[in-house]
Design a protein around this ligand. Structure first.
Ligand SMILES: [Zn+2]
Ligand SMILES: [Zn+2]
Length: 815
């Protein structure tokens, strides 16, 4: 060992040693005190960036800590390898996605290894491997058998640039594609769906989960459960078979205030009910609506627009004919795609009615209503008016009365509506799991028999996007025989959304080589669910919701036990560029970890990321402070290399050294349990400074020093694993520091030293009190006055003056 701290040399050395010894290989057959610790797997997007280090480094530290606490920790890693980012990048560079992806994996693997994390590489999973995605296909078939998969013609979010469909969750709040920022439009396509809505109610149950409140709130909001009533309006359009139009409303109490009906422009009824004289205008409007994003359509800022279809429906309660309009603020995939227009009690309907001169009829009377026309919609509670037999009811009771009446007439009934839509998994792209379905002209859509799996992605396919799946143009892939009638048939050419892959990768980690099923059932039973999951909050309503749904289905298939996949969740914040913006090459604000690691070493880089602020906050990342962390690790290095003079020491110094050790262990333990790495590192820095002072302050008692150094290295081990190992070895302690127990603190030693304060009243000794040695005057005075013995002598008298002799006495002068 050299005198100088040289991270490049020691980090590589220890990584190789740990690897050779299988130090982080978890014995999954040993299930006592098992702890499944999971960090979200990275996309194979290219070089590892600071965000990866920020996600994985602290997660590794927490997992290492648990291992030092005696848990048998499983901490696996893999690669989320399918999907658009990989495919788009491959297209840009003219490389096949397979080559591009696996080259990236090779590079990223090396970069992840440079972190010195305790990942168990023997369980690595790559989601684009056929051994993995064959089970996506197998799950698809199981879901199909259970009626949880269906195909439907549906207007889909369409990214004109990525040339593919996007799930609602993949459209950003500003209506753009989350991959490429292009405004999203709509298209009608035959699509495969997973029936996540069947599990909507169960997905709203978060009991037993230790998750951040905001993630739970986001999922709740995304599922968007509302209770209401579905009410039929009769329809009598010549030549149209459908005889009723159903609407969902949370306001059945306003049913007599309906003065128009609005259909989504894409509603299949529209072309059939539109009268010839209205047709041209209606078609032009539909065309224009299709070009709008969902966000534009729902914006409250925007002026409402619509077109009359010429058709009417009939309000069975009021007996009135109601004109049917189309308007882009009605969305086909919300509710029934039809909205009843109640302008007096809904502001959006109010604006629409004002613009087109439609009647506005008050049916819930505002207080002190003088029957003048409303200035705006009245949405608060009131008494029902203009509502036939319901007049005079308070509207809350009126909701129940109208619902009862509708049910008694069989015109509809109470129902629950969800904002959540079924999960659209079809992607018209190459780099994903082929959907195991064959289309036969005689038999229809036929599932591929299980024994024919996997349906392999053909290597030779052209993968450039055209709007149709590239697989459709690969004759060898497409042409097959129908599994049922054996006549020539065509394979489904869409691939699955990659969130299918991330649904269950953590299950596959347990037995990546298992061939009889997606997971070895013995291991699934012993190790699932995941005890602790860490990752970015941006996955709140996508990955984390889909994975919960998927888990519940496979629980019902008997593959896993328990209701939830991830018991405890912690979300790290997002690391931004030094300018506070999202890091991106185009902004030129990317901090490349490799360069920093080469300069300072992985340990400094890890610790610096943990030190810059609370882990769940993230924030701008600059390099100003990294040298401070580097200097700290150098100080620790020097403490081990040049020891103090050992000998008979001042007992007070020994006591204060031990107190420093035990107080730091106490604080460090609480901090790492709560993922407060920044304050944990601050405490270790403080301890380092304390040790340096002790070293220069005369002879030091050997046992107290050894205890301090040993504890410091043990607490450093999860954070900076290489330097901790090196210094541990240098000080003659047995390999490996990572197989040692986390230090325990003695509450007695951690406590502040106490002294005895004499309390006098008018110069006479009245009490002695035990106080902490670093007590200040205010606190000493407060404690003296609180003493019952002292109070007896003060009685009704006024305290005129307090004389405080630090560390010795308090004298209260009373009169
Ligand atoms: Zn896009
Ligand atoms: Zn057939």
């Amino acid at each position: 060992m050299t005198d100088r701290y040289n991270p490049t040399e020691i980090e590589k050395k220890w990584q190789e040693r740990w690897d050779a010894d299988g130090l982080y290989h978890t014995d999954l057959n040993d299930t006592k005190s098992k702890l499944y610790y999971l960090t979200m797997l990275p996309y194979t997007s290219g070089d590892l960036h600071v965000g990866h280090w920020y996600a994985m480094g602290p997660s590794d530290a927490a997992a290492r800590y648990q291992r030092m606490r005696g848990q048998n920790v499983f901490f696996p890693i893999g690669f989320d390898a399918f999907g658009l980012p990989a495919e788009n990048a491959a297209i840009k560079q003219g490389i096949h996605p397979h080559k591009w992806t696996y080259d990236n994996i090779d590079r990223m693997r090396g970069q992840i290894r440079s972190m010195g994390a305790m990942f168990d590489w023997s369980k690595e999973v790559i989601t684009s491997d056929p051994e993995y995605y064959r089970w996506n296909q197998w799950f698809f078939l199981k879901f199909y058998e259970k009626g949880l998969v269906y195909r439907a013609l549906a207007p889909a979010n369409w990214c004109p640039s990525c040339q593919t469909v996007l799930a609602n969750e993949q459209v950003l709040a500003d209506g753009t594609c989350e991959r490429c920022d292009t405004p999203v439009t709509h298209r009608d396509l035959e699509q495969w769906f997973l029936r996540i809505t069947s599990y909507a109610d169960e997905l709203l149950d978060f009991s037993g989960l230790d998750w951040p409140d905001r993630i739970i709130a986001m999922q709740r909001n995304w599922i968007g459960r509302s209770e209401g009533v579905e009410i039929a309006f009769s329809l009598a359009v010549p030549g149209v078979e459908q005889k009723e139009l159903r609407v969902f409303t949370t306001r059945p109490d306003t049913i007599f205030g309906v003065t128009f009906m609005v259909l989504a422009p894409e509603h299949p009824l529209v072309p059939r009910i539109t009268t010839p004289d209205r047709r041209a205008e209606v078609e032009a409007y539909i065309e224009q609506a299709r070009r709008q994003t969902e966000i534009e359509r729902l914006s409250t800022e925007r002026e409402k627009s619509g077109v009359f279809t010429g058709a009417y429906c009939h309000n069975l309660l009021s007996g009135e004919d109601i004109p049917i309009w189309i308007a882009d603020y009605a969305l086909l995939w919300y509710g029934t795609g039809a909205v009843m227009g109640v302008p007096a009690h809904d502001q959006r309907d109010f604006e629409f009615a004002e613009k087109y001169g439609l009647p506005i009829r008050v049916v819930i009377a505002p207080p002190d209503w003088d029957r003048d026309p409303l200035e705006q919609a009245y949405v608060d509670p009131g008494i029902m008016v203009n509502s036939a037999q319901f007049n005079g009811l308070l509207n809350e009771g009126g909701k129940r009365a109208v619902a009862d009446y509708v049910e008694s007439k069989a015109w509809g009934g109470r129902t629950v509506s969800y904002r959540l839509r079924d999960w659209l998994i079809s992607r018209q792209r190459y780099w994903g799991t082929p959907i195991p379905i064959v289309h036969c002209s005689a038999c229809g859509a036929v599932p591929v028999p299980e024994e024919e799996l996997p349906i392999l992605l053909p290597q030779g396919a052209e993968f450039k996007p055209t709007g149709e799946s590239p697989l459709a143009r690969h004759e060898g892939f497409v042409n097959t025989a129908c599994p049922r009638c054996h006549q020539p048939a065509r394979r489904e050419t869409d691939t699955m959304d990659t969130f299918m892959d991330s649904n269950w990768y953590f299950i596959r980690y347990l037995s990546p080589q298992y061939h009889q099923g997606p997971v070895d059932p013995k291991l699934a039973q012993a190790w699932l669910p995941v005890d602790q999951y860490t990752g970015g909050a941006e996955h709140a309503v996508m990955h984390l919701l889909y994975a919960r749904f998927f888990w519940k289905v496979i629980r019902d298939l008997g593959l896993v036990q328990g209701n939830e996949p991830f018991l405890r969740l912690f979300n790290q914040g997002q690391i931004l560029g030094p300018d506070g913006q999202r890091m991106s090459k185009s902004r030129g604000n990317v901090v490349a970890p490799d360069k920093q690691v080469a300069r300072y070493g992985a340990d400094t880089f890890r610790c610096y990321l943990m030190f810059i602020g609370p882990w769940d906050e993230g924030g701008p990342f600059g390099l100003e402070g990294i040298s401070g962390v580097w200097r700290w690790l150098n100080r620790v290095w020097n403490l081990v290399l040049s020891q103090p003079d050992f000998g008979p020491a001042d007992p007070a110094l020994t006591r204060s050294l031990r107190r420093l050790t035990h107080r730091t262990i106490h604080k460090a333990t609480e901090d790492i349990e709560g993922f407060r790495f920044n304050t944990l590192i601050a405490a270790l820095m403080e301890m380092t400074n304390g040790l340096m002072q002790a070293r220069s302050g005369g002879p030091v008692e050997r046992a107290a020093w050894d205890e301090a150094m040993q504890s410091l290295l043990l607490m450093l081990a999860p954070l900076a694993p290489h330097i901790a190992e090196e210094l541990w070895a240098h000080s003659g302690r047995p390999y490996s520091v990572h197989q040692q127990a986390w230090p325990a603190w003695d509450p007695g030693l951690a406590r502040q030293e106490e002294i005895t304060l004499v309390v006098q009243v008018n110069g006479k000794l009245r009490d002695r009190i035990q106080v902490s040695a670093d007590i200040d005057e205010d606190r000493a005075r407060e404690l003296a006055l609180a003493s019952p013995l002292v109070q007896k002598f003060i009685d009704q008298k006024q305290v005129q003056r307090v004389i405080y002799v630090p560390g010795k006495l308090v004298n209260l002068v009373v009169r």
